[in-house]
Structures are given as C-alpha cells and as structure tokens.
Ligand binder design. Structure first.
Ligand code: PGA
Length: 248
C-alpha cells in the first residue's frame, strides 16, 4: 500500500465487508496509533448507513489499574474513536475491566465470553516494534489464553506516543514514566490464531524490522507475530514504509 491512508481504507473495507454480510459477526479490534485511520473510515461508513447492530466487538487488550478518564485507558480510547460513533449494541462491546478486583479472574471471564461468542470471525491486529501482537510480548514462552502480561520497556516506551495523542484529546497530562502501568490484560495467541481470519495492519518505518522477522519463514516466541505464519487466512496490510521493500 502506498501510505497509511490506503492501509486504513483497506482495513476498514475488510471490516465493513464482514459487517455488511449481515447476521451476527464477532470482531476483535486493536488500539494504538495505527488503527485510528481505520476507525475514522468506519465511522464515515456508519454515517452512510453501515449497520453494526449484529456485531460483537472484543477489544484486544487493556492496562491493569487505570481509570477510564486516564489517556492510557483503552476503554476510553475505544469510546472516543469508535463506540460513541457507531451502533454496535452496548451488550456487544467487550473490553477488559481495567479496575477489576482480580485481573486473573477478568482474563478467565474474557476467555469465556470469547468462547460463548464462538470465537472471532475477524481479528484485526497491529504489530509492536518488538513483534508483539495485542500485548503478547516476546519471551521464552507465550501464554495461550487471555492473561495478565508484564509489559516490556520497549512497549512502554513505544506506547508513549499514543498516550501523548490521547492526552491531548482528553486534555490530560501524560503520566510520568514511573506512572505508566507495568501490566496489561491481553487476549492470548490461542483466540487470535483461532480467528476465522486475521488482518495485520502496520504503518511506518518503525515496524519494518518486526514485519521482516515475522515473515521470514521461522517461528519463535521471541517474535509472537511470527506465529501468524501458521494461519491460513492471515492478511498483512502494510504501507510502503513498513514494508521497506518487501513484497507483501
Ligand atoms: P501502534 O501499536 O499502532 O501504536 O504502533 C501497535 C501495537 O503495539 O500492536
């Protein structure tokens, strides 16, 4: 794709095609800088009559212990960029409860909800500069179900960018480095790989290395996105900067 706008249009087109198919549909959706353009496109389509009334959405991840008013909170992000502007039924808007008493129990609840929904028809995911998918961070092992994940320094640093933009939108201060949450709840690789189709979106030069190592024909938990190579229906949509000369 030539640029980020084209990636957003293509990603929105894939989501909209599923929604237009009619009947119930379950979609996993990401947060971060990359998908903002996709949400903008989807909101425009909603204004033109795209009907979300049969759609269930699972947000992929959420920090532990962050109130909704914080620019870090992903429920707030989803409300601002998407939910407040589309007619996804309130009962079909799922996101981990950041302030839950037991993040472990919350993860178990989320896995149960995903199972009850019959898994994802489509999982739209981003990729971290370190190769993470949702908040499945590189490591010796990956935990397959929804789980509480300790965040790497790389991820905390990279996520400052989106927090700064969100802070401007909500008129809040960006928390200091030591005020950033160290843990998040994330959908695990099991539910992501169990999706009927996966769409990975990536834009910008900072993603080239991660994209290269996720597509090199080897698989390692050190690059969680490399597991997506096993999936029969995984599409990568990247702009020219992220692709860095690769044929995608
Ligand atoms: P980004 O995050 O869209 O803010 O780059 C992607 C990710 O970390 O999965």
């Amino acid at each position: 794709m030539p640029d980020a706008e084209a990636v957003s249009r293509r990603a929105a087109g894939e989501v909209a095609a599923l929604v237009r198919r009619g009947g119930p549909a379950t979609v996993a959706l990401p947060t971060g800088e990359t998908p903002k353009g996709m949400y903008e496109e989807l909101v425009i389509m909603s204004g033109q009559g795209l009907d979300w009334s049969g759609v269930t959405v699972f947000s992929l991840d959420e920090y532990v212990g962050v109130p909704e008013a914080s620019p870090l909170n992903y429920k707030g992000y989803m409300e601002r960029h998407f939910f407040s502007k589309v007619n996804v039924p309130v009962s079909g808007r799922h996101i981990f409860d950041s302030l839950c008493a037991s993040p472990k129990a919350e993860c178990e609840r989320y896995d149960r909800l995903i199972a009850e929904a019959g898994g994802f028809d489509l999982a739209v995911v981003g990729i971290g500069q370190n190769g993470h998918v949702a908040f499945n961070e590189p490591g010796e092992r990956l935990i397959l179900p929804c789980h509480v994940q300790e965040l790497s320094d790389d991820t905390i640093l990279a996520n400052r960018a989106v927090t700064e933009t969100e802070a401007r939108i909500v008129g809040a201060e960006v928390p200091a480095r030591d005020g950033f949450p160290t843990h998040a709840m994330t959908v695990g690789m099991a539910a992501i790989l169990g999706a009927r189709s996966i769409l990975l979106i990536a834009t910008g030069r900072s993603k080239t290395e991660a994209l290269t190592s996720m597509r090199d024909g080897t698989m390692t938990t050190r690059v969680p996105a490399s597991l997506l190579q096993l999936h029969e229906n995984c599409t990568i949509v990247a702009d020219a900067q992220a692709a860095g000369g690769m044929q995608i």
